[in-house]
Design a protein around this ligand. Structure first.
Ligand SMILES: Nc1ncnc2c1ncn2[C@@H]1O[C@H](COP(=O)(O)OP(=O)(O)OP(=O)(O)O)[C@@H](O)[C@H]1O
Length: 271
């Protein structure tokens, strides 16, 4: 598989490992006891993310993809190894979209999206055009005054994406944000993400189970082994820009998807 390191690193995980202490309830001969055990989520995982690069973490369920993403976000610390930033200030300039949209149910869609700007001390008036633009990006311009409880699951996820976009972070971390969406919305948001990346030069790391989505979106795909996750392979995706539905239909796309599927199969067997 093609392998090339990014020319200018933005952030790197260097030989990171993560072990979680877990208390599991396991049946024993004389009853049920709480048994302490450890779960190794990552083991010596290396990842370099280039400036302006879109990197996909692809791997089987439970291989530590979200853990790696949370480490970059500073939400969990490595048990060993290091998270290294070229510019340490970038570590505080992150937008994150989680699998679960986690919106405040008592706030309107617009106020949910405004939150990162409010935390930066930007006034409601100054925020308004940026909130409107972010909502338009995700196709929710007409739902600004709605409450999360009035929206479908897919719409709530789109609000969560708008909230991550509104502060125009330097690094966008996406944990399977499109997984629960219908295919038409998913394709539309895939294209929006690529457009935003072109416009703002954002660096993006996203987690996915989908070979097809990883090939469509990523400049580079890091294929992980089953838990404990390590980097098993890397595939650089070269495609004519801008990527569009034509790319999805192309023989080059089909060939790349085949290659990535094979790499994923090999990584799973190796694990
Ligand atoms: N806070 C935690 N405490 C204990 N175990 C955890 C914790 N977070 C993650 N794990 C375990 O670490 C392993 C990796 O989890 P993680 O969520 O990173 O995997 P993943 O590849 O993102 O999975 P999925 O694709 O299913 O979302 C799993 O076995 C999970 O149960």
């Amino acid at each position: 598989m093609t392998h090339s390191l990014p020319p200018t690193p933005f952030v790197a995980l260097e030989r990171v490992s993560k072990t979680f202490a877990s208390t599991n309830v396991a049946p024993r001969a004389r009853g049920t006891h709480a048994v302490g055990r450890e779960i190794a989520a990552l083991d010596g995982f290396d990842l370099t993310v280039g400036d302006g690069e879109v990197v996909a973490l692809l791997g089987p369920s439970g291989c530590g993809k979200s853990t790696a993403l949370r480490m970059i976000a500073g939400l969990t610390a490595p048990t060993s190894g290091a998270v290294v930033w070229r510019d340490p200030a970038a570590a505080a300039d992150i937008g994150m979209v989680l699998q679960d949209p986690t919106l405040a149910p008592w706030s309107t869609v617009a106020d949910n999206v405004r939150l990162p700007l409010r935390l930066k001390g930007i006034s409601r008036t100054a925020s308004a055009p940026r909130v409107a633009e972010a909502l338009a990006r995700v196709g929710l311009a007409d739902r600004a005054g709605a409450y999360p409880g009035e929206l479908s699951g897919g719409m709530r996820m789109r609000v969560s994406i708008a909230r991550a976009l509104v502060a125009r972070p330097r690094l966008l971390l996406l944990d399977e944000p499109f997984g629960a969406l219908d295919e038409i919305t998913r394709f539309k948001l895939n294209d929006e993400l690529l457009a935003l990346k072109r416009e703002h030069g954002w660096t993006v790391v996203f987690v996915t189970h989908s070979v097809f989505e990883s090939v469509y979106l990523a400049d580079r795909i890091v294929v992980m082994t089953p838990r404990p996750g390590r980097a098993a392979d890397e595939i650089t995706v070269t495609a004519d820009e801008p990527r569009s539905s034509g790319f999805r239909m192309s023989p080059a796309y089909a060939a790349l998807c085949r290659g990535v599927s094979q790499a994923l199969g090999a990584a799973t067997d190796a694990g």
